[in-house]
Design a protein around this ligand. Structure first.
Ligand code: FAD
Length: 394
């Protein structure tokens, strides 16, 4: 029998990894532990929130992985015995491994903003994990009276999908302009700058003039307290009462990372940038949003790229070969309107123990581009989603 690899989490990172490892070496036994029967993808979910897309278009099953010979175990990993190399599932079944790959994504820090806990998220959704939260925010926007104030609170770095809150703001602005034109959108930000900022600001002033207001950290953007039943968000500069509030709180690696000891005091998982092996626990690798990816942003594109690099390194390690230093690419598309997008790209490689950006290799969409360029990128965004989900789930 060949070596055994257990994967924790069947998102973009875990699913892409399992398939890539099987492609590298069919003799490796791969078990993917993921409690959900199907995955609900976050990319494009901002279009679901704003009524442009059906949630069904976000669902992907694990049949494609099973066709590849990967075993989907519909369970949750609750513990790991690292000395015995054994993962323990919620039903107490134990899976022995030669290498463990941990890809649990993120959890919200429900202790970070006073008043914003799991119960508050049922009133003021974060919608930062796709599924019920996505639909809750959609229903709230649908039900809101014209003239209401929508508030999005954006988190500090690092967090899942750096341009995501601003893509959401763009599509919410489009929804308000076309459906509730007397309403306003306020973005309260815990940062002074954000990804693709000039492109987004240009889009807001051209497409949604007078509708979107962005408040930076220095001007009172950081939410310091939430009163969920009253839909009131307090900042250092005063309070805002919202008709609909989308609170995207600070984040950390999925809880299992802390339970099994691969997350450090930051809440994220330090890794070797060549093999993605945990700096804290041997024979355990961490990929995707949970990992500290150096300069690499937390995105589905990144998760997929790290998965492929990790699979290549692991297949080698299991056969006693030295891994090669990888080069990884990330591109993030963001919709600024239903059929228009802007993008940012970067190239990353190991340097000084982290994944560092290769200077001059990346870039963003041009400012002041004609609508045809934005529409072309909108089509590219759709094509990218088809490609990445096909790669991850088959
Ligand atoms: P996830 O996709 O969250 O998968 C983690 C999986 O692990 C989950 O299925 C979970 O059930 C499972 N799990 C957790 N704990 C356990 C356990 N103990 N046992 C077993 N399984 C477990 N990225 C892009 O590249 N492009 C975009 O356009 C884009 N748009 C986005 C828009 C929004 C609104 C949001 C919120 C995100 C967006 N992203 C985008 C980011 C992208 O969704 C994430 O970066 C990506 O999902 C990370 O993949 P992951 O596999 O690390 O985590």
């Amino acid at each position: 029998t060949g070596p055994r690899v257990v994967v924790v989490g069947g998102g973009f990172a875990g699913a892409s990894f399992a398939r890539a490892l099987k492609r590298e070496d069919r003799t490796i036994a791969v078990a993917l532990v993921e409690p959900s029967e199907h995955y609900t993808a976050c990319p494009m979910s901002n279009a679901v929130i704003t009524g442009l897309r059906d949630i069904g278009a976000q669902h992907f099953g694990y049949g494609g992985l099973e066709d590849d010979g990967i075993v989907h175990v519909p369970q949750r990993v609750v513990r790991v015995d690292a000395a015995r190399r054994r993962a323990v599932l919620a039903d107490e079944v134990m899976l022995d491994y030669d290498r463990l790959v941990v890809a649990p994504g993120i959890d919200m820090r429900f202790d970070a903003i006073p008043g914003y806990d799991a119960a508050a998220a049922e009133l003021l959704p974060h919608a930062w994990k796709a599924g019920e939260q996505t639909l809750l925010l959609r229903r709230q926007l649908e039900a809101m009276e014209d003239g209401g104030l929508v508030v999005i609170s954006a988190p500090p770095n690092p967090f899942r999908c750096p341009p995501g809150p601003y893509e959401r703001a763009s599509l919410v602005a489009h929804f308000l302009k076309t459906r509730k034109p007397r309403s306003k959108l306020l973005i309260l930000d815990a940062k002074d700058a954000f990804s693709k900022q000039r492109l987004f600001e240009q889009a807001w002033s051209e497409l949604y003039p007078g509708l979107v207001e962005w408040v930076s950290l220095s001007f009172g953007g950081k939410v310091t307290e939430v009163d969920a039943p009253a839909r009131t968000l307090t900042t250092e500069f005063g309070s805002h009462r919202a008709a609909v509030a989308n609170v995207i709180p600070p984040q950390r690696a999925g809880a299992i990372a802390t339970t099994i000891g691969v997350a450090d005091q930051t809440g994220w998982c330090p890794i070797d940038p060549v093999t993605f092996e945990s700096r804290l626990t041997p024979n355990v690798h961490v990929i995707g949003d949970a990992a500290i990816g150096g300069a690499m942003p937390k995105s589905a594109f990144t998760a997929n790229a790290q998965a492929k690099a990790c699979a290549s390194a692991l297949a080698g390690l299991l056969r006693g070969r030295e891994p090669e230093s990888p080069k990884l690419i990330n591109t993030c598309y963001s919709l600024i309107a239903p059929d228009q997008a802007v993008s940012i790209a970067g190239v990353y490689q190991p340097a000084n123990g982290l994944l560092a950006e290769v200077q001059g290799a990346g870039g963003t969409s041009p400012l002041d581009a004609p609508r045809s360029v934005r529409e072309e990128e909108g089509a590219n965004a759709q094509a990218w989603f088809e490609t990445i989900t096909q790669e991850a789930f088959g």
